[in-house]
Each structure stands twice: as C-alpha cells, then as structure tokens.
Ligand binder design. Structure first.
Ligand code: FES
Length: 613
C-alpha cells in the first residue's frame, strides 16, 4: 500500500499497514491486538511495553522516566509513546496484553412480567374487490383494529408482497402505535429482543425470547474502545478531538454487531427476528453509542446531553437487528451516574424498599445509591483503577494468569485464574493481600508496610522473609520469582498500598456521605448489595477488614451480579418498567462529591485501615 508502512506483530505474525508516525499502540489495534493501557496512554503506568526492532522514533523523555536503562538497551518501548516510522517488527509480551477479562454475565433473578414494547399480531385482511377497492394499508389497519395505528414507511414497502404471499394472512409487528414491519403468515410466536450492558471495559448481550420470556443466548466481549483509554475521561478526551467520536461510535457498534451475530448463531435465530434492543451503560457509553458529543460530561457542572430514554430506529446507528427494529437506551441520572445505575436500581428493587438499602457497583468507577421507597440518593467516585489493576505495580485485570485469591498461613497461599503461573494480581487478590497483611501485623493501620526489624515476633519465618526493602518503603513478595511467568517476583509495594487506600477511601467516603444524607448509622443500613464484575469476586470478610464497606454483619452483604444487565432485560421484557426507570432517573438525587467538604473529611478518615477485625 503506498504511503503506508508494514508493521509485523509477533508472536502472532499479523501485519498491520499504518501511516508513518503512527503509535505502536494504534498499529497493534489495527492488527487486532489489544495492548493494556491502564493510564489511557498518558505514559505514566508503564504497562504497555513492547519490543520494537527498528524503524522507530527516538526514545522520548517519558520513556526515559518509566523504562530502566536495561529495558531500553533490550529494545523495549512504550507502545503509547513510540511512533513507527518505517517497516518494522513489534513483539508484544504477554504482560502487556489486555487479556479477555472474566466477564460477569449473570445477575440477581427478577421475576419479570411479559409485556414488551414490541408485539406481534396475526391477522387476515379482506381481499380488495371492485365494490370496495380500498388500499392494502386501509384493509390491514382495519383488520388490526385500526384506531390510532400507523404504518411505518418500511412496513408500507413490505405490505403488497407480504399480503399476497400467504393469501392475505400476515403478522404485523407493532411498536407502540406504529406498525414497524409485516411478515407473511402467522409468525406471532416468534419474537425476540436483545438487552445490552455496555460497560467501559466489557460489553454483554442477552437474547430474550419475548414470547416466553426465556433467555435464548448470552455473549460478551471486551469493549474495543479500551484501546483508546481505559476510563471514561480518556474516552471523552478522544471523542472530543477530530473524528474521535465517529471512530469510537463505530467501534462500539462493531462490537454490538459481533455479539448479535454470536447470539443469533447460538440460538439459531436470525438477527432479522430481533425487533428491539435495550441498552444500559454509564452516561459516557450511552453518549458514545448514540454519537452524542460527550465533552460537557467532563466539564463542571458535568451536564449530560440527554437524561431521558432515547428510542430510535436501530438501523440509524448501524445496529444489525431487523431493519425496522428499535433501540431503547435506559435514561441517565447525571453526567457520572448513568443508565447502568438505573438498571441496578430496578434490579435491586430499591424504589420499593422500606428500610435504607445501599447498592454499590464497583466497576471502572464506583457508583453508589442509598435509599428507600421515599428517597434515593446516588453518587460516583473514580474508584476503579486500582481494583482493576491500574497504578498497581503488578496489577492486572481479572484474566488468565491473575492471582485472584490470597491467604496467609505459615506462608502465602494463592490461586490464579486459569490455574497458570501467575503474571500479576487482580483486584480481589489485592483486597485479600491487604487484609491478610493487616491481620499478620505486617501492615499498620496508617498503611505503612513495617520493616524487617519491626515485624511481630510470632510471625512465621516464611512470611517474615517476604518483607524486603523497596524503592519507596518496604515491599512484600507475593510470589517468588521461580513461581511466576514473568522471570521476576510479584511484589506488593508501599506505593500499591497507597493506591488501595485512595480507591477504598473514595468508595467508603462516598458511602459515609450518603449515610449522612439519610441520617443513618451502620446499624441502620438494612442491606448492602454488591453489583458489577468486581463486586462479585471480592470476599466480604476481607472487604470489611480493609474498611471498604461499613462494618456490618456478613449476612447483610449480598452479591447481586450484573444487576445493570438485569435492569436492561427488565425494560426489554416489560414496558411497565420503563416508567419506573424514568421515575428513578428523574427522582434519584445526584450528589457531586467533589464539591462537598464533608467528602474530603470522610475521605481522609477512610484512607486509614480499621485497627482490628
Ligand atoms: S504508559 Fe503506555 S499506556 Fe500507560
């Protein structure tokens, strides 16, 4: 290809053709290789290391700051900084890859009434005659009981052929007062819809048989937008420049269509039999799917372009369901609390709770809602990065090779996803490790890792030997070099502990601010519901030990799975829930924590670890 350079990616042996000057990161995405970018390509995390053979821009100041001289000598570069100038070969090590994350597709079960927005009605229309030469449309509308019904242009175009294909016996597909499609014969028993949870990191689709209410198939993918940054702020920044919005929208639509194709194949249901899609997502994901400019969401006072539900022809966005099918997006609450939180509110049935109930969704952000049937208050904190592996020296997402569980006995015991040699640790292991370090007395409540000379006398020798001096304070060896796939030990550093304090401090402070709104203490919270991928893999005892959650009995903490998706399925199966969703979106009060002095005060307190269990 003229004007482009050829970049070969190893070990896959995949080639990408890009313009000279493209970042190695962009070229990798072009080759279908997703590099982990926890800092969104800002050049601060050092996770995107790749080896570039030659033909590359000179090492810049950012790379010099992050990479050690021996890394540079070995040809390692940061994929978010290195620009490719000539044909070259790039090797992407396992440790730099964004492996498919363990994706949570199931959630709390809600018995749902079946009254979908889309419905089918089979009718036999009278034939035209010379005595009554009425139009096809008039005869079909009469047969349907006509009043107030309209035929969409798409349906009108299908009408003459559909009517005559099966002797004037056909099935109308209705959406509200519109006939959106016509099918020859009686197909009333065959009606499908699809519910999507579009998260910042993962996308899950569920195909529902709307005639029976059963889930026919489920499929999930990593959100391909992660190549453009792993948090909403990075995506908004990208969308605000040049063609960024169009590019990000195309990526998510491609992903949705991939999932639709998988669902259709799994359930042996043609995509044309799917007449409606519902979607939940945070406000930024909602705007990016609809191609709405999200830039103001990131600017004080953080207004969304739209709060309410949007209903549009899915084909207008390039979504490959029936060409006349509709898309419904769950209403948002505010700029940083979106339709996914409304989904959690519906799934957890918060608007009917008599006693204060707290729902916490720890994803890339932490969203919290506390309330009763009288009042709901929501807030959001930037809590996720540490628990998703970002800014943690050996942190990674919950994918193959991640230590997911840590327990201390006479020594450290760990279990790893995929049962392979560990290459990092994910959020649940991070919480386990910090809790165990506190119990063992290796970590003090201020968050300082004690030095070898300050450790408790009774500490087993094997644990004692894992405490080593680090670059800033002490480190703890979670896995020895011989046990890992990295060729180096996996450490928990003093800096990592600080990141955990920041993340858990933000979530806990948000909870404390919400409690104050209701004037309740810990005993006054009837239940804590943990939603989202991360929330479902943490161990309650350890989350309590580090002070992530208020000290309540274990029995009051419940896991509710991917509750946002459950909410999307509810509004798909029954339009009645759409009114509830709208009410929740309008009536849930949003608290902007950044502007509250109270939050800063609680945050400072919540940074500390509890003195005891
Ligand atoms: S340093 Fe490149 S993505 Fe963070």
């Amino acid at each position: 290809m003229s004007g482009t350079i050829r970049v070969m990616f190893e070990p896959e042996g995949k080639a990408a053709f890009v313009l000279p000057g493209s970042l190695a990161l962009e070229a990798a995405a072009r080759a279908g290789i997703i590099i982990d970018t926890p800092c969104g390509g800002r050049g601060t995390c050092g996770k995107c290391r790749v080896a570039v053979r030659d033909g590359c821009s000179p090492v810049n100041a950012t790379e010099r700051r992050i990479l050690k001289p021996r890394d540079l000598a070995a040809g390692l570069r940061l994929a978010c900084q290195a620009r490719l100038l000539h044909d070259t070969t790039v090797t992407v090590p396992d440790a730099s890859r964004f492996f498919e994350q363990r994706i949570l597709t199931t959630g709390v079960h809600r018995a749902t009434r079946l009254c979908p927005a889309v419905a089918k009605r089979a009718v036999r229309a009278p034939e035209p005659s010379l005595d009554a030469p009425r139009s096809d449309a008039d005869r079909v509308l009469d047969a349907l009981g006509g009043d107030g019904l309209r035929l969409d242009l798409g349906a009108l175009r299908q009408l003459p052929a559909a009517l005559r294909a099966t002797d004037h016996h056909l099935t109308a597909v209705l959406h509200g007062g519109d006939v959106i499609a016509l099918e020859p014969g009686d197909t009333a028993g065959r009606l499908f819809g699809v519910a999507f949870d579009i998260g910042t990191t993962t996308v899950v689709g569920s195909l529902l048989d709307l005639a029976t209410g059963h889930e026919a198939a489920i499929a999930a993918r990593t959100n391909p937008q992660v190549s453009y940054g792993d948090d909403v702020v990075a995506r908004i920044t990208y969308a605000s420049e040049g063609d960024g919005l169009r590019e990000l929208q195309a990526k998510i639509v491609e992903c949705v269509n991939d999932i639709l194709a998988e669902l259709a194949a799994k359930a042996a249901v043609p995509a044309e039999a799917i007449y409606e899609m519902t979607m939940v997502g945070n406000t930024t994901m909602n705007h990016l799917l609809l191609a709405l400019d999200p830039r103001h969401v990131a600017q004080i006072p953080f207004p969304a372009a739209v709060r309410g539900a949007v209903v549009v022809p899915a084909a207008d966005l390039g979504i490959a369901i029936h060409p006349c099918g509709r898309l419904y997006t769950m209403p948002n609450i505010a700029g940083f609390v979106g339709g996914d939180t409304v989904g959690v509110i519906l799934a957890a049935d918060l608007p009917t709770r008599r006693k204060p109930t707290l729902a916490v969704d720890i994803g890339t952000n932490g969203e919290m809602v506390l309330g009763t049937r009288q009042r709901l208050v929501a807030c959001s904190t930037a809590a996720g990065p540490a628990f998703e592996g970002a800014r943690i020296r050996f942190g990674m997402r919950a994918a193959d090779g991640a230590i997911e569980q840590v327990r201390f006995g006479d020594d450290v015991e760990t279990s790893t996803i995929g049962d392979s040699a560990p290459r990092g640790l994910c959020g649940s292991a991070l919480i386990d490790a910090v809790a165990e370090l506190l119990r063992a007395g290796i970590l003090d409540p201020s968050g300082r890792l004690r030095g070898p000379g300050e450790l408790p006398r009774k500490l087993p020798r094997a644990l004692r030997r894992r405490v080593v001096p680090g670059e800033r304070g002490n480190d703890f060896i979670l896995a020895h070099q011989a046990e890992t796939s990295l060729g180096s030990p996996i450490l928990l550093t003093q800096g990592d502990i600080r990141q955990v304090q920041l993340a858990k401090g933000a979530i806990r402070a948000g909870i404390e601010v919400l409690k104050k709104q209701f004037d309740v203490d810990d005993a006054g919270i009837d239940a804590i519901l943990l939603a989202g991928g991360f929330g479902n893999f943490i161990r309650r005892r350890n989350a309590l030990r580090i002070g992530l959650l208020p000290p309540v009995e274990h029995e009051r903490i419940h896991f509710i799975g991917n509750a946002a998706l459950v909410g999307a399925k509810m509004v798909l199966a029954c339009t009645g829930y759409r009114a509830q969703a709208d009410a929740a979106s309008r009536e849930t009060e949003y608290l902007e924590l950044g502007g509250l002095p109270d939050f800063q005060h609680h945050f400072a307190e919540a940074m500390l670890f509890p003195e005891s269990e």
